[in-house]
Design a protein around this ligand. Structure first.
Ligand SMILES: NC(=O)c1ccc[n+]([C@@H]2O[C@H](COP(=O)([O-])OP(=O)(O)OC[C@H]3O[C@@H](n4cnc5c(N)ncnc54)[C@H](OP(=O)(O)O)[C@@H]3O)[C@@H](O)[C@H]2O)c1
Length: 258
């Protein structure tokens, strides 16, 4: 297991790599570079999905309490990922349940553009992210849903497929706006669409040492009949401090490097 304890000066170097993609990657081969380099150095489309969960794979209680499942170092990791991303994507249920700000508060860095997948136009405009004067908001809506627009948000309407909104099309729309480094923050329904459609380069599962016992899980893919059909990605394990991170490589070669 690799230990990741990032001093402010080291974090500043990683941020500089993200802001100046012309700089050469991997000026140092430490655990921080191995963990954050793929996102920081991406010169084209790169998708990281991240889940913060309990030892028994839950992301909330049955009653919906989801606040601070991750410990302080897991939360810091999430904020580092946000700071390195151009845009962070969440599903409509997460906005409704958690009213998240999706901002960078625990480390230095810029807030990413906030993107909500709202296939059926269920956002009503009262949600915090439309009113908090934070980073810009983009809403992906199905073109068959009632047309809804919101103050301070761009609405992009997409023709739904039988599986919902096509994640590749969403990523293309974001890429065309210069948003290449994408963090898919959840929940499970949203991450499922991106993984099932083969769009995720890395999956970070940050495990906090608590057992909730029941409640929704953070990763919820289609069922397989046998363990031989289970995904077994190459995984590197990092000791973040309060949490343990499993960095799963779902696509060895990012699209941009092909
Ligand atoms: N701990 C963490 O890391 C973390 C992070 C974020 C959220 N959460 C928790 O996760 C829970 C919410 O998760 P969730 O899975 O219920 O909801 P969600 O992922 O926030 O939203 C799911 C909704 O968005 C729709 N959606 C997502 N991608 C879509 C696509 N490509 N096309 C069409 N529709 C799409 C889903 O439609 P379909 O039903 O058709 O798929 C579903 O209606 C909350 O309890 C929240 O606290 C935990």
């Amino acid at each position: 297991m690799h230990s990741v304890d990032i001093a402010p000066a080291r974090w500043a170097q990683l941020l500089a790599r993200q802001n100046h993609p012309e700089t050469q990657p991997a000026e140092s081969a430490d655990a921080a570079a191995a963990l954050y380099g793929p996102l920081a150095d991406a010169k084209g489309p790169f998708v990281l999905a991240q889940v913060g969960q309990s030892l028994d794979g839950r992301v909330a209680t049955e009653a919906g309490d989801a606040r601070d499942i991750s410990g302080p170092d897991g939360l810091k990791h999430l904020h580092r990922c946000r700071a390195l991303a151009d845009a962070v994507i969440v599903g409509i249920n997460t906005v409704k349940a958690d009213n998240p700000r999706l901002s960078v508060r625990l480390v230095e860095g810029q807030d990413p553009i906030r993107v909500v997948v709202d296939c059926h136009a269920a956002l009503d405009g009262s949600e915090g992210l439309f009113r908090d004067n934070g980073a810009d908001v983009i809403v992906f809506q199905g073109s068959d849903a009632p047309l809804r627009s919101y103050a301070n948000a761009e609405v992009i309407r997409l023709q739904p497929t039988s599986g919902g909104l096509d994640t590749g099309t969403m990523l293309e729309r974001l890429n065309s706006r210069g948003l290449n480094r994408i963090l898919v923050e959840g929940g499970a329904g949203t991450i499922r669409h991106f993984i099932a459609e083969g769009q995720v380069d890395r999956l970070h599962v940050a495990v906090a040492p608590l057992i909730i016992g029941a409640g929704p899980s953070g990763i919820n893919l289609a069922a397989v009949a046998t363990l031989a059909e289970a995904m077994r990605p190459p995984v590197t394990v990092y000791d973040l401090g309060s949490d343990t991170l499993f960095d799963c490589c779902l696509r060895p070669q990012p699209l941009s490097s092909r």
